[in-house]
Design a protein around this ligand. Structure first.
Ligand SMILES: [Zn+2]
Length: 325
């Protein structure tokens, strides 16, 4: 795997070197073209398959170890220079430099059919570097495979080939889309179960003459599918970062002549979650409140343990809105 990754990095270094504009040259300078004899590959590099071995040799030597190598995605300015050269802290896109590969190497990416790996490049922001320490809490050097780099990006704005980075791990875009679409109508455990079934058996029949490793053997095939708590994590992060602000913005556009408060306000506080140790937790100690107008459109919603305080603020906000309208 490491030899495979090292070869990819030398390739990307080579094509980047051939096509980049020197940092000191004028802004009007057109970047040089890639010579025709150099193939343009990436940003996701998929390892050669059994077919490759078969086509290249009359007596192909088939060993399962080649199937243990996983795909590598490169998040590098060569592929996305115009779009991702922005400092994630101050938003500056002029005073930034692409520095070097991330020192810690590649990162695991959870995939739908097979896990992958990703490796990033580092962006150095000169504006942040010049600021006092307390103003640049996140430093001034950002790796493209760190979730801090993508924190301010809407998920649909991130180029499709780049995985979605979370605090705990990264997931491929296909798996991320699947989670955010299907999680509302299914449980995290149910979804994880389906992904698990899809993942392995077909690939394990790949070579029946030679024993294949266990699917999750870290020194061989090493492909543990996503677990339900990670699905929950990703979905919560998605709702917090994108759905909540969208919902709030939408609610502000609604008007009403009469308001109706929902009854789940009282009954939600009765819901109790019991974990495997028998510990009981009340998630909605204050309950949920939703307010609808005369055509059953949601005007606003609150779900919090300090509901009473928020409720009075919420009602004030609703009334002041209606006066303004
Ligand atoms: Zn900056």
């Amino acid at each position: 795997q490491l030899v495979w990754e090292a070869n990819i990095l030398s390739y990307v270094d080579y094509v980047y070197e051939k096509t980049k504009v020197h940092g000191n040259s004028s802004a009007l300078r057109v970047p040089p073209n890639l010579p025709k004899q150099v193939p343009l590959l990436g940003p996701t590099f998929v390892p050669p398959s059994y077919r490759h071995v078969m086509k290249r040799s009359t007596v192909p030597k088939i060993v399962p170890e080649t199937a243990y190598i996983v795909a590598l995605t490169v998040v590098h300015p060569f592929y996305h220079s115009g779009t991702i050269s922005i400092c994630p802290q101050c938003g500056d896109s002029k005073n930034v430099n692409w520095d070097s590969w991330t020192g810690t190497g590649g990162r695991e990416v959870q995939g739908l059919y097979r896990n992958e790996r990703v490796i990033g490049y580092q962006l150095r922001c000169k504006t942040c570097q010049g600021k006092p320490k307390e103003e640049r809490k996140q430093g001034f050097c950002f790796a493209t495979t760190n979730q801090i780099f993508w924190e301010k990006w809407e998920h649909w704005k991130i180029p499709r080939s780049i995985p979605i980075f979370n605090k705990r791990l990264a997931v491929t875009r296909n798996l991320y889309d699947l989670i955010i679409e299907l999680r509302p109508t299914s449980t995290a455990a149910g979804l994880a179960e389906h992904i698990r079934r899809n993942t392995h058996p077909g690939q394990l029949r790949y070579n029946q003459l030679h024993e294949f490793s266990a699917p999750d053997d870290p020194s061989c095939y090493n492909d543990a599918p996503i677990t339900n708590d990670i699905i929950t994590d990703i979905y919560l992060d998605f709702t917090k970062r994108f759905r909540e602000p969208e919902s709030v913005a939408y609610c502000k556009t609604r008007t009403a002549q009469s308001l109706s408060l929902d009854n789940t306000f009282k009954s939600a506080s009765k819901a109790v979650v019991v974990d495997s140790d028998g510990k009981r937790t009340r998630l909605f100690t204050g309950g949920i409140l939703s307010v609808i107008n005369e055509v059953s459109e949601t005007m606003g919603w609150v779900s919090d343990s300090k509901l009473n305080t928020i409720l009075s603020n919420h009602m004030k906000a609703l009334l002041s809105n209606s006066v303004a309208c």
